[in-house]
Design a binder for this molecule. Structure first.
Ligand SMILES: *Cc1c(COP(=O)(O)O)cnc(C)c1O
Length: 474
């Protein structure tokens, strides 16, 4: 399988794009076509597969430059009960006798759905770096979930170091403890005296120094990596299989969304042939995607106008993966995609009205949620079903219920759980008055010794620190 940019450039094969960030033309990597591999016959056969074997059956169509036995081994190591604390990896549970289901994606090492893709990414990157005799030093900025998923996926990996910037004192106590307690020599936590945007600007400033970047093998594991999208498409299929439906029956999914990576993986599953009727985007108060899908006008929201909400992992003004979706529904038209995104990047508004019919035909819809909706939903789900959900998942359940009320049907509605409530204790406490239980391994994590370097908001200090740490490793 060959890959190309949404803006036209040829990019090589899977191992090439695995290690790449943005394409040289500023676009995102896409396979040259999306094969229709999900047939009634396959779905029947896959019902007995475990998660890793299902992942292999799907992902091997996109990864033909890693020998099959090696790919199978990478997937079995990534999707193992010992990593995800559940044999099913992504269990599907029903809310009472309603048509609504919760797809549990957060039982992995960092308690958020990002672990599912990141575990594969860690193992696949280690494999490719070994094969090519290369090293990778991942530099990233996090306000919480991405950083911890990346660190838990990369800890102890040969040939990989992680330098993760976080805003000093600004993450939740649990999130700080979760990251800073990691003692692995290849994980470098850097608390920057500043806010999240400062951290992101520092990453950009380091990347702008091409000589430094190449000398120190600086790379990224951001949400635009195709391998993450591909790995995420598997759990849409796993959930469908768990319902054990009659042949051809359709389902709906609601997905708490920020960067559009999770729900876009659902779209890929649909394009591969999974019988999905609707894919419903749930946003919080930062409702750019809601407006875009409803009005057909898309304009990114500047960082300064992004509200700080109680579902913080969805506080995003510009959904990077949306470019892939527009590319696909325009019929893989890279010239049109490049033109639209050049307008957007210059701060303009693009009209997707000409594509409106195709957006509707692709099954997408959207809803949004507020802090009050979040609290009501967490409380109601707890009272009705005795089940605690986190604020992001609550945004999804709220939007799903509103959508079901407006479109009554017997179709199953699968809501994706994107984090465990223990990760966002405060809001869960506010909604229900109770403290979310924690997995045993995180019980006293706030008391664990910490490994974190506090640095000023200064790019020279950061570059020196990275160079010094790398020199010590060699
Ligand atoms: C990252 C994240 C999201 C948003 O997912 P996208 O793929 O960026 O749309 C939602 N909820 C939680 C808890 C997250 O960590």
């Amino acid at each position: 399988m060959q890959y190309q940019s949404t803006r036209g450039a040829s990019l090589g094969r899977f191992s090439d794009i695995l290690l790449q960030g943005l394409a040289p033309d500023g676009g995102l990597a896409m396979p040259e076509h999306i094969p229709t591999i999900i047939t009634a016959k396959n779905l029947h056969e896959w019902k007995t597969y475990n998660y890793a074997d299902l992942a292999f059956a799907v992902m091997r169509h996109y990864i033909d430059d890693i020998p099959e036995n090696d790919l199978r081994r990478i997937l079995h190591r990534s999707y193992h009960e010992s990593v995800f604390h559940s044999e099913a990896i992504t269990p599907l549970t029903r809310l009472g006798d309603s048509h609504t289901y919760i797809l549990e994606l957060s039982n992995g090492p960092s308690l958020a759905f990002k672990d599912i893709a990141m575990q594969f990414l860690g193992n696949a990157m280690e494999y490719v770096l070994e094969a090519r005799d290369q090293r990778l030093n991942i530099l990233g900025a996090t306000s919480g979930d991405t950083g911890s998923a990346a660190e838990y996926a990369m800890r102890g990996k040969a040939r990989i170091n992680v330098f993760m910037l976080s805003p000093h004192g600004r993450m939740s106590p649990f999130q700080q403890a979760q990251m800073y307690s990691l003692q692995d020599a290849n994980i470098h936590n850097i608390a920057i005296e500043g806010v999240f945007d400062d951290c992101q600007d520092l990453v950009k400033a380091v990347n702008a120094d091409a000589a430094y970047k190449s000398r120190h093998h600086i790379g990224a594991v951001n949400s635009i990596n195709w391998a993450r999208v591909l790995a995420q498409s598997v759990y849409y299929i796993k959930a469908y299989l768990a319902l054990d439906l009659p042949e051809g029956a359709e389902v709906d999914y609601t997905v708490p969304s920020g960067n559009f990576g999770n729900i876009y993986a659902g779209y890929i599953a649909k394009r591969m042939g999974l019988p999905i009727a609707h894919l419903i985007v749930a946003t919080n108060e930062n409702d750019v995607l809601y407006h875009t899908l409803r009005s057909g006008e898309y304009r990114a929201r500047p960082a300064a106008d992004v509200a700080k909400t109680s579902s913080p992992s969805m506080d995003i003004g510009k959904a990077s993966n949306f470019e892939r979706y527009i590319y696909n529904i325009s019929g893989d038209d890279s010239a049109q995609t490049a033109a639209l995104w050049h307008t957007l990047e210059a701060g303009g508004t693009v009209s997707l009205k000409a594509l409106g019919e195709r957006i509707r035909a692709s099954g997408f819809d959207a809803g949004r949620s507020s802090h009050a909706d979040r609290l009501t939903t967490i409380r109601d789900v707890y009272e009705k079903y005795g089940r605690l959900i986190d604020p992001h998942t609550a945004d999804g359940v709220h939007v799903a219920r509103q959508w079901q009320a407006a479109h009554p049907s017997e179709r199953p509605m699968i809501c994706l759980e994107t984090a465990l409530p223990a990760k966002f204790e405060e809001t869960v406490q506010e909604a229900t008055g109770i403290t979310a239980p924690r997995p045993e391994r995180f019980r006293d994590i706030e008391q664990a010794p910490r490994r974190v370097e506090i640095l000023p908001n200064d790019v020279t200090a950061l570059k020196d620190y990275i160079a010094r740490s790398l020199a010590q490793h060699q």
